[in-house]
Design a protein around this ligand. Structure first.
Ligand code: UDP
Ligand code: MG
Length: 353
């Protein structure tokens, strides 16, 4: 006997109660590339977080470390980590495939319901996981993503580049990719299932995680400084990643090409008409050589750029049709959590369940 129910018989805005949603647990996916120095510390923090999650929501956790062909001792370090509170999976890729591929491998190997992605370099504070899980279990959100609160510490040029990137990729898009969103995000079981259904090989996780929809929530945070080592990105690789992201996600550059062609053709027509009028009515003879060369160079340049843009898309089509796997796994190990350590301390009687 429910007092207030919507016509469908479901209370409006209902989501599964926390205990039910938490039943399948949470997989934490961590891509690892040359992070040996920071792994033990990260693992300790995550174990601590897992203990809190278990106590608060009775949520069982596992970590999936995906070693993306590290050249240091990361794999050995990951294999040595204890499974005290949570199950530990270590997936070793056969070589360095890049972060997006590592994230996909983690998603494929994750065995729990919800999935959380975070970096191994300490920039994503483990303490925030509890907040993200809270938004999922208590707030009913499906995709809880974190975003840089500000970019005050970045150069003006970089900020401009970021603005241009999002303007281009979101141009005319139905579902906009939120600006500044990072890869530190939590997906509810149904959102993770949706992400698994997307078949493309050229993956741009930020875009895909927003494309699937559901209830999305942005949480601002201040990324910590890298714990150790250095970032694998520089200006050139970032531009490469941006081109990857845009061409695998948006057809905006092709539309811009068409628009530019239209504008050029229109101005050429106008210019031509002006010359005819001048020649017939005013007897002006148009200086030939410079105008022809300028016209040629503008057209030639624009055409070359556009062929390049089309080439990017053709390359995408080629790599999709080849159908190669996104990553190859060399080794995989699973450590089950030690049941003694994982036992829930019976502090509160769970009358609700
Ligand atoms: N990473 C990876 N494969 C790569 C490069 C990076 O798995 O080829 C991982 C890396 O270990 C880290 C995360 O991706 O956990 C983010 O990398 P990084 O810190 O270099 O990027 P940034 O935080 O600067 O965006
Ligand atoms: Mg980082």
């Amino acid at each position: 006997m429910t007092s207030v129910a919507s016509p469908a018989g479901q209370p409006s805005g209902a989501f599964a109660p926390a205990s039910q949603a938490a039943a399948d647990g949470l997989s934490i996916v961590v891509p690892v590339f040359n992070e040996a120095a920071g792994l033990p510390q990260l693992h300790r923090s995550l174990t601590e977080v897992a203990r809190t999650l278990r106590r608060r929501w009775n949520l069982a956790c596992e970590i999936v470390y995906v070693d993306d062909g590290s050249r240091d001792q990361s794999l050995a370090a990951a294999n040595a980590l204890p499974a005290d509170e949570l199950d530990v999976q270590v997936v070793a890729l056969s070589r360095n495939f890049g972060k997006e591929a590592a994230l996909l491998a983690g998603l494929d190997f994750a065995r729990r319901g919800a999935v959380l992605f975070m970096d191994a370099d300490g920039q994503h504070p483990p303490a925030m996981i509890e907040t993200l899980v809270g938004h999922w279990l208590d707030g009913g959100c499906d995709v809880v993503f974190t975003a840089k609160a500000h970019r005050a510490n970045e150069s003006a040029l970089r900020r401009l580049g970021v603005k241009a990137f999002y303007a281009l990729i979101n141009w005319g898009a139905r579902q906009k990719i939120p600006e500044d969103a990072g890869d530190f995000r939590l997906l509810s079981p149904r959102a993770a299932a949706a992400l698994r259904r997307l078949p493309e090989r050229n993956r741009f996780f930020k875009g895909l995680a927003s494309w699937i929809g559901f209830r999305q929530l942005r949480v601002d945070y201040e990324p910590a400084a890298r714990g150790h080592g250095r970032t694998t990105w520089n200006a050139a690789t970032l531009i490469g990643l941006s081109i990857e992201g845009i061409t695998s996600f948006s057809v905006a550059p092709l539309r811009i090409a068409s628009l530019l062609g239209l504008v050029l053709a229109a101005s050429a027509l106008f210019f031509g008409a002006q010359m005819v009028v001048e020649a017939i009515f005013y007897g002006v003879s148009v200086p030939g050589y410079p105008s022809v060369v300028v016209g040629l160079m503008v057209l030639g340049g624009v055409q070359l750029v556009m062929i390049g843009v089309m080439g990017e898309y053709i390359a995408k089509i080629l790599s999709e049709t080849k159908g190669r796997p996104v990553y190859l796994v060399a080794d995989h190990s699973v450590k089950q959590a030690n049941p003694a350590a994982a036992a829930v301390p019976k502090s509160t009687p769970s009358a609700a369940e």
